[in-house]
Design a protein around this ligand. Structure first.
Ligand SMILES: Cc1ncc(COP(=O)(O)O)c(C=O)c1O
Length: 391
């Protein structure tokens, strides 16, 4: 093309040389949450060659920290460049082939999405559903695994749309009795509520970066037990190229005797941000982090009581400590209310979704935002909103 030839279409971005910024909010929804300056700085460092010693060093550090956060010695522990839903899809496609039997315990939107994925790939699914606010007993899950002869049970640990926390302890040994593996969506629960991958014998876990981990969205954190790794290696059909986790495991140096090779261009910026976010957790310690999320959630529930608001999940023992679904009082339009709070206080709260659609707003105290002074500030904003709308 010669320089004096004209273009077919005009660019609409003629002023793109102007410095780009966007407004910043206190992110108090179901994630992403605000990230610290330290993580922002890591994100803004120069790119690196994805197959270089510098990159491998950061990957090794991130992997060791991730093993701590997952409480696992699984060698097959890695980071993959896709968001939480992509991580769930990768678990399904790496552990199951078309027609394989799977039980999906649905507690809200995320389980429904896993069901959608399973149906698209023509897996033989038994979906389980519960009334909103309820969680599954071990017995119910065992019955389903047994009757469906499932090869995989998929459960969501923390449900950011229903506000519940599914108990996991004791579940994997029950699955293993029937030759079934246990896969867990811990996208929002990671580093909020206790999760012991090895002690609880969980086979596959997917965690998000944008929640309590405190990094940007767009990556998923994964770990697989030796049982799951074996299953993956024995699959008749390979998963789609990009979601094939064995080559990504090779890139993460998970397997003895296999030297690192390129699978796709892994982002040094995102990796550095995740590494730095994981380092913050290692420095604070998992137990203090779990205690902090629990005590701030309980403090929030107490303060909600004081201003006359109630939790969508009635039974305290079923509540997730990262995201609380708060009932919207009768006569208030949820979207108007959230818009008012956002404009006046620069606080972003997410509306209901799935089981909480049009019923409850989702308020998250995740990672660095799980602090008593932030609870007080959110309560002040909610109280102001209630007064503004005449409640
Ligand atoms: C429990 C759970 N699973 C899956 C997802 C989907 O993650 P993503 O939006 O990063 O794809 C979310 C997002 O909020 C989530 O909370």
């Amino acid at each position: 093309m010669s320089a004096n030839e004209t273009l077919d279409y005009e660019s609409v971005h003629k002023k793109s040389a102007k410095r780009f910024t966007h407004k910043e909010y206190l992110l108090m929804g179901a994630g992403p949450t605000n990230i610290t300056d330290r993580v922002l700085k890591a994100l803004s460092m120069q790119c690196l060659n994805p197959i270089s010693a510098d990159m491998y060093e950061i990957m090794d550090q991130a992997k060791a920290m991730l093993q701590y956060v997952f409480q696992t010695k699984n060698r097959f522990t890695l980071i993959h460049q896709t968001s939480g839903n992509g991580g769930n899809e990768a678990i399904l496609l790496n552990l199951l082939n078309r027609g394989d039997k799977v039980v999906i315990a649905i507690g809200g939107t995320w389980g429904e999405k896993v069901l959608d994925m399973a149906q698209r790939y023509e897996l033989d699914v038994l979906p389980l559903r519960k009334p909103p606010g309820e969680v599954y007993s071990l017995k119910e899950l065992e019955e389903a695994v047994k009757s469906h002869k499932a090869r995989l049970l998929f459960v969501t640990h923390g449900e950011s749309t229903g506000g519940t926390l599914q108990q996991l302890e004791g579940l994997a040994p029950v699955c293993h009795k029937y030759g079934c593996l246990l896969a867990v969506d811990a996208v929002v629960s990671i580093a909020v509520d206790p999760l012991f991958v090895d002690r609880w014998e969980i086979d596959a876990v997917n965690a998000g970066t944008q929640k309590a981990i405190g990094a940007p969205p767009g990556m998923c954190l994964l770990t697989f037990s030796p049982r799951a790794e074996k299953r993956m290696r024995e699959q008749k059909k390979r998963p789609p190229y990009y979601l094939d986790l064995l080559p990504q495991g090779v890139y993460f140096d998970c397997f003895d005797g296999e030297s690192r090779t390129y699978h796709y261009t892994f982002s040094a910026n995102m990796l550095s941000a995740v590494r730095e976010a994981l380092a913050q957790i290692c420095e604070e310690g998992l137990i203090p982090m779990w205690q902090r999320h629990k005590s701030n959630a309980e403090y929030f529930w107490k303060r909600l009581d004081e201003i006359g608001l109630t939790s969508f999940v009635e039974k305290r023992e079923n509540r997730f400590h990262g995201v609380t679904c708060v009932n919207v009082p009768q006569g208030i339009d949820q979207m108007d209310f959230l818009r008012y709070v956002k404009q006046k206080f620069e606080i972003e709260i997410t509306p209901g979704h799935g089981p909480t659609l049009n019923k409850a707003m989702r308020i998250g105290f995740l990672g660095d935002n799980s602090r008593p002074e932030i609870v007080d500030f959110v309560i002040e904003a909610l109280k102001d909103g209630l007064q503004h709308f005449g409640k």
